[in-house]
Ligand binder design. Structure first.
Ligand SMILES: Cc1cc2nc3c(=O)[nH]c(=O)nc-3n(C[C@H](O)[C@H](O)[C@H](O)COP(=O)(O)OP(=O)(O)OC[C@H]3O[C@@H](n4cnc5c(N)ncnc54)[C@H](O)[C@@H]3O)c2cc1C
Ligand code: FES
Length: 328
């Protein structure tokens, strides 16, 4: 396969890349929700046509970049675009926050990956998004609504300034509950307060879908366990290839080993071993902080060097070591 074919359909400059690009996928819009979280719309007509709720993509920002999984937060087959909502938590996501703007390109966007969410015939569903989790749970809420379910949306944020997609999410809901940790909007407390409020109002909830940090998904699963309400969570272990080959995304569900990238990412929340998931997420903390330090240093140096091109151009960065991530 030629390099051009591997990289994408069109020529152009990749986001933050120092070298000329031979392909890539154009970012057509960006919106910042907070100093950490932002939305990118990317032109990718084939992917937009094939995408289903619950699926994700693997993104490679530039030729030295690592592969990171990001959930399809929306997709528009008519416009030929997909939407990603990203939280800058480490080197690659911080690099995207700095360099991805409308008009720039991502070198690789591979997908849709993972098993689509099962949109059952449930009559009443609670869709719960914690922080960034609001974005990936949205397509599921919309799919349940389109399927005729009564949808109760529960979203949780630290404070009201971090709330995003409230109006968009409401379009997929019959009821909508906002929770904030500090009480600056909606119910004061964690999303579990919203889930309990929904359970108190409705004795006939068939299913809960919860997406967010593992600790939040575990709390939601515990909140519904005694009532025996089916609870689906979307797991986010470290992934490398996203195709079931490396074993990096191994999770324990119902005592069995599963690969989140192909067997999930959706699983029965009452069966997930969340302690194992959280321990595995910490495994590469040292490599992750080293990669971030190296990248921050290279950004600092680039500001000292007289500019020889566009301001956003970065010096070459060493790829984040992936080898350690592969021996799962
Ligand atoms: C199926 C799936 C869907 C995801 N969807 C989104 C999304 O829509 N938006 C979003 O902002 N983030 C999403 N993530 C998490 C995102 O992939 C990580 O935040 C990203 O890989 C971190 O890379 P980094 O270099 O910026 O940070 P790093 O410094 O590498 O890591 C920072 C944190 O992210 C975790 N992490 C690192 N690499 C991965 C990885 N390959 N997979 C999962 N977690 C990782 C680490 O445990 C650490 O806590 C998703 C993860 C999975 C598995
Ligand atoms: S990311 Fe799932 S097996 Fe490699």
């Amino acid at each position: 396969m030629s390099e051009r074919n591997q990289l994408g359909p069109e020529g152009g400059r990749t986001a933050g890349d120092e070298a000329p690009a031979y392909g890539g996928f154009e970012i057509v819009a960006r919106e910042d929700f907070s100093d950490q979280t932002f939305r990118l719309d990317i032109r990718h007509p084939l992917l937009a046509k094939a995408a289903q709720p619950g699926q994700f993509v693997i993104v490679i920002v530039h030729e030295h970049g690592e592969r990171i999984p990001l959930t399809l937060a929306d997709f528009d087959p008519v416009a030929g675009t997909i939407t990603l909502v990203i939280q800058a938590v480490g080197k690659t996501t911080a690099e995207m926050q700095r360099n991805c703007h409308a008009g720039s390109r991502l070198l690789g966007v591979v997908g849709p990956m993972g098993a689509p969410s099962r949109v059952t015939d449930a009559k009443k569903v609670v869709c719960v998004g914690g922080g960034l989790g609001v974005a990936p749970v949205f397509p599921q809420a919309r799919a349940f609504k389109d399927n005729g379910a009564y949808v109760i949306g529960v979203v949780g944020f630290k404070n009201k300034d971090l709330i995003f997609w409230e109006d968009k999410f409401k379009t997929a809901c019959d009821e909508f509950i906002v929770c904030t940790d500090d009480g600056s909007a909606g119910i004061k407390g964690l999303v579990t307060e919203g889930v309990r409020a929904a359970m108190a109002r409705h004795a006939d909830i068939d299913e809960v879908v919860a997406i967010g940090p593992p600790v939040m998904m575990r709390a939601c699963a515990e909140a519904t366990r005694t009532e025996g309400i089916k609870t689906v969570v979307s797991l986010n272990p470290v992934m490398v290839d996203g195709t079931g080959m490396c074993g990096g995304c191994r999770v324990k569900v119902g005592g069995k080993i599963m690969f989140a990238c192909v067997d999930g990412p959706d699983f029965d929340g009452h069966q997930v071993d969340f302690d194992d998931l959280m321990n595995r997420l910490k495994r590469y903390a040292e490599e992750e902080s080293l990669a971030m330090e190296r990248w921050s240093e290279s950004c600092r140096q680039s500001r000292l060097t007289p500019a020889s091109g566009p301001e956003s151009r970065l010096p070459a960065v060493e790829p984040t070591p992936l080898a350690g991530r592969q021996d799962a």
